[in-house]
Design a protein around this ligand. Structure first.
Ligand code: SF4
Length: 550
């Protein structure tokens, strides 16, 4: 197969420069420096689709090549899931193949979080027929299935693609789903609607070999909402709605945000981008990442490391001089949001006088049957449009005033709350040990029972609060930017036994006063103690807080 660096690209390659030892293609380092880079060089991840369709789906799991199984299948949204019954203590000890189940997690990308009721019905059908009813809403607006067998993948693709959905580059070292404001084009307070830019980036670049071999994943967010509802601070690239004093509504450009190892809040380049130029600027930044990004160590490969080394001024200069070949327009920073909740839960008026209705499942967990029922409700009460949010919530759009009450009642009958407690609203959980091979502890079930306990114990608590549970030291549920971040690990209980528990991080936030939570030294709680601990913490906060303290 052709090696990736030599593939034709619309963007000119940089010439070989001085040796900088990080595997940057722009410095002439085309020799792969680790196994992942070798796999990508051997064959583009996108090419695995043909093998899935023509070989693996017919011959079954055992026929799958190892580099495809643990590498390239991600380019089509497929990861092997964790074999049931392996406890968290074994996660770091076992070889990857010992943890692999013969079933897959499959991620469906939902760019901008936009779904029609027709699409949601197909998502529900696929869940029921091929995924044992599983369908989680992720914190990047995607839908995630479990229990997928390789034999069924071509048929699942056929059904999803027939309604305009796909799993293309839903995982892997690629441009992942483009997060968008879930109320784009309808919110009364909107600065600018970024939908056309999301669609154009998708049309030009998703599934294109121009960007199918990046040093690592590349996360994008676009929102023209003053609520700042796309966690723009922690994306590799973000376009945030602003009004330019001379040019009007457009986007402020941010780069280099990300959690996991060395979490970083993205930095502003001080540039204002008009709507129609967003796709070109996006391609320029993605090209810098592809060409100058670090490819030696996976843990230093995200764009944030390059941005941290270069600083915003040099990054903007390279973008302008080498990729856009024109200067960007200077522009203002976004204004501070006025509210802490950014999830659009509740009933809100739209620009056109209709309403949108945001509701909260528990920690993003729904199922195929529920999704079909949601589609039926949205069709009966709205125009057939829905969105997912980055807080694992959903919104029904375009509801006339006379339909609101009946829709709210229908959702609440499915335990999908439109007026949830702060605990239901603000608790998120990653996949955890149920399916994730990297997990050490359980998360979804525990998040759900924590909500019940806190609602029972603190019925009067009415402050916005975010409680995020991760099953391991990674950051899939954004623990570093939660009021209470819970990082899964094994801890000692009072009897000296190793049990599931959490390292506690406190005081993180996005939006108003963004920053990372502090790891409270030595503060670890066992899973059994978790409700008591959170109750004590929140009760004390209520008793002792000063005015305006969060
Ligand atoms: Fe898996 Fe860890 Fe991510 Fe949770 S945070 S989904 S356990 S990798």
């Amino acid at each position: 197969m052709a090696a990736t660096p030599e593939r034709a690209s619309a963007t000119p390659r940089r010439k070989a420069g001085r040796h900088r030892g990080e595997g940057q293609w722009a410095a002439g380092h085309f020799t792969p420096l680790n196994g992942n880079e070798q796999t990508k060089k051997d064959d583009d991840g996108l090419n695995v689709r043909t093998r899935i369709e023509t070989i693996y789906a017919h011959r079954g799991f055992d026929s799958i090549d190892g580099a495809d199984l643990r590498g390239r299948m991600r380019w089509w949204g497929l990861y092997t899931q964790r074999k049931p019954g392996i406890d968290g203590g074994k996660t770091a000890i076992l070889e990857p193949e010992e943890l692999d189940d013969e079933y897959f997690m499959m991620r469906v990308r939902v760019d901008g979080g936009r779904l029609t009721t027709e699409q949601l019905r197909v998502v529900g059908e696929v869940s029921e027929e091929f995924a044992r009813g599983t369908a989680d809403i992720t914190d990047r607006q995607n839908i995630q299935y479990h229990w997928i067998q390789v034999e069924d993948v071509p048929e699942i693709w056929r059904r999803l693609e027939a309604v305009g959905l796909s799993t293309t580059e839903a995982c892997g070292d690629t441009p992942r789903v483009i997060i968008g404001s879930p109320v784009a084009g309808i919110a009364e307070d909107e600065i600018i609607d970024g939908t056309s830019a999301i669609d154009e980036i998708h049309r030009r670049y998703i599934g294109s070999k121009e960007f199918s071999n990046l040093p690592r994943k590349f996360k994008t967010a676009v929102s023209g909402s003053p609520v700042l509802d796309v966690v723009h601070e922690i994306n590799d690239i973000a376009f945030v709605g602003v009004r330019h004093p001379e040019h009007g509504p457009g986007f402020d450009l941010w780069v280099g945000g990300g959690l996991s190892t060395n979490p970083k809040i993205g930095v502003r380049l001080g540039a204002w981008v008009p709507l129609e130029e967003v796709p070109d600027v996006w391609a320029g930044v993605a090209s810098i990442f592809r060409d100058y990004g670090y490819r030696r160590l996976r843990t230093r490969a995200r764009l944030k490391f390059l941005v941290a080394d270069w600083g915003p001024a040099k990054f903007r200069q390279v973008l302008e001089d080498e990729y856009l070949r024109r200067p960007l327009i200077d522009g203002p920073a976004p204004e501070q949001p006025v509210q802490r909740w950014r999830d659009h839960v509740g009933v809100h008026r739209q620009q056109d006088g209709r309403y949108y209705v945001g509701f909260a499942p528990r920690v993003g967990r729904v199922d195929g049957t529920t999704l079909t029922k949601i589609a039926n409700l949205a069709e009966a009460h709205g125009s057939g449009r829905l969105t997912t949010t980055v807080e694992q919530k959903m919104i029904v759009l375009d509801v006339t005033e006379d339909q609101v009450e009946s829709l709210v009642a229908g959702l609440e009958a499915l335990d999908l709350q439109v007026k949830p407690s702060p605990f239901r609203r603000g608790t998120m959980a990653c996949t955890g040990i149920e399916f994730c091979k990297l997990a050490i502890v359980e998360t979804k079930g525990r998040g759900s029972s924590l909500i019940d306990e806190l609602e029972r114990r603190l019925p009067e608590f009415d402050e916005p609060i975010t409680i995020n549970l991760n099953g391991c030291p990674n950051a899939c549920a954004r623990i570093q930017v939660a009021d209470i971040g819970l990082k899964g690990q094994l801890v000692m209980d009072d009897n000296g036994r190793q049990v599931e528990g959490y390292q506690v991080h406190l005081g993180g936030a996005l939006g108003l006063e963004p920053g990372f939570g502090r790891k409270v030294r030595g503060l670890k709680v066992t899973a059994a103690e978790l409700p008591d601990y959170v109750e004590r913490l929140l009760s004390r906060f209520q008793e002792e807080r000063e005015d305006g303290e969060r």
